[in-house]
Design a protein around this ligand. Structure first.
Ligand code: HEM
Length: 336
């Protein structure tokens, strides 16, 4: 027999409710990790910088078109990846950090970012948001916050080993990412990009594959020498692309590295063997600078989880945390 009457249980829960309320009034609220990340990104950039993204603050907007490759439909039933479908795109290239005037060749301005918005029929959209390094420093948002906090707490005169040195020693993935060479490209037209997080793809037959985006410039990957990097003008990348587009287009292939059974699909710090199958999804052609780019970038929030039927997120916690972090940043910059 149940020894607790429902009245007694109600009493317990009422006490719990009032204790929780008193506690909520007095105890400092713990912010969600994604909000703490945005706070630390803002501190690191010397912000807040009103109206700018907390990360990848400096950018330019370009218009173009994506044409699917016939091979894509074997991987996914996504509408814009069928046959030779063409889709208008709005692309944002960016430098890392929340510093709005980050010099393009500065080591802190890496990885570069590329965000692609595909405008589908009936005002539907889908986004791809990728970076210029094939990897990520953290397997989850908590470790990403740990790294950022360690960087923020380390000053030039911090005793050795500094907090960031200690963090890197105890987190090999972060050390690998931080020490991966990130050479300055000759142009955004010569920069490869990587999806890093895996997605789940389903084709019309119901077959499922996991894959990571690989975006390769058709003009080839080309980088500045050390000397050229040191001498590069502050806006050399942001100014070179508009000049290039006056006389021609800029193209990239968008492909998918397909996981094999047993490959890790929920951890962006773990790469897959280079011999994995790569399926061509199509060709991205950039045609002209967006006529109203500043207005567009202020009003837009690219979101890697704005997806269409046939593409779903993997259960990578970094991927799943991104939309909330971007929304915090967007909420703070919108309308400013
Ligand atoms: C937990 C992990 C991550 C956090 C907390 C984070 C945070 C952010 C934030 C706050 C923004 C600014 C968003 C806005 O105001 O619109 C941003 C932008 C961006 N992020 Fe992340 N990010 C994460 C992981 C990644 C990964 C894995 C990639 C790529 C593979 C990536 C690529 C980008 C790019 C390209 C932008 C600029 C988008 C644009 O041009 O609007 N981020 N990120």
């Amino acid at each position: 027999m149940n020894t607790f009457s429902s009245k007694a249980l109600l009493g317990i829960s009422l006490i719990a409710f009032s204790v929780a309320n008193v506690y909520a009034d007095t105890a400092p609220a713990v912010k969600p990790v994604v909000e703490q990340i945005v706070d630390t990104l803002t501190t690191l950039s010397g912000g807040p910088h009103a109206g700018y993204r907390a990360n990848h603050a400096k950018g330019i907007i370009v218009d173009g078109e994506f044409t699917a490759a016939p091979t894509a439909s074997a991987i996914t039933k996504a509408s814009y990846l069928q046959g030779k479908t063409s889709t208008p795109v709005t692309v944002r290239f960016s430098d890392a950090t929340g510093v709005p005037n980050m010099p393009d060749a500065d080591g802190n301005g890496f990885p570069k970012g590329m965000a692609i918005r595909f405008s589908l029929p009936k005002e539907e959209i889908t986004d791809m948001v990728v970076i210029s390094v094939n990897g990520f420093p953290a397997a989850n948002p908590e470790d990403f916050l740990g790294l950022l906090n360690a960087v923020a707490a380390t000053k030039a005169d911090s005793p050795k080993p500094s907090l960031v040195e200690q963090f890197l020693e105890s987190h090999p993935a972060a050390k690998k990412f931080v020490t991966t060479p990130k050479p300055a490209p000759v142009s955004f037209a010569n920069q490869p990009f990587f999806g890093v997080n895996a997605f789940k793809f389903t084709n019309a037959k119901g077959e499922v594959h996991y894959g990571r985006y690989l975006i390769n410039p058709l003009a080839g990957a080309k980088y500045l020498t050390k000397d050229e990097t040191a001498k590069a003008a502050s806006n050399y990348l942001m100014e070179e692309l508009p000049a290039r587009l006056k006389t021609g287009t800029v193209q990239y292939s968008i492909a998918l590295q397909v996981a094999q059974k047993g490959d890790v699909t929920n951890d962006a710090t773990v790469g897959w063997p280079a011999d994995r199958k790569v399926v061509n999804l199509g060709t991205l052609t950039l045609k002209a600078m967006n006529a109203d780019g500043v207005k567009f970038e202020k009003g837009a929030m690219y979101n890697p989880l704005t997806l269409v039927d046939g593409i779903e997120p993997s259960d990578d916690p970094v991927l799943l945390a991104r939309p909330a972090a971007y929304a915090v940043s967007f909420g703070r910059r919108a309308g400013k």
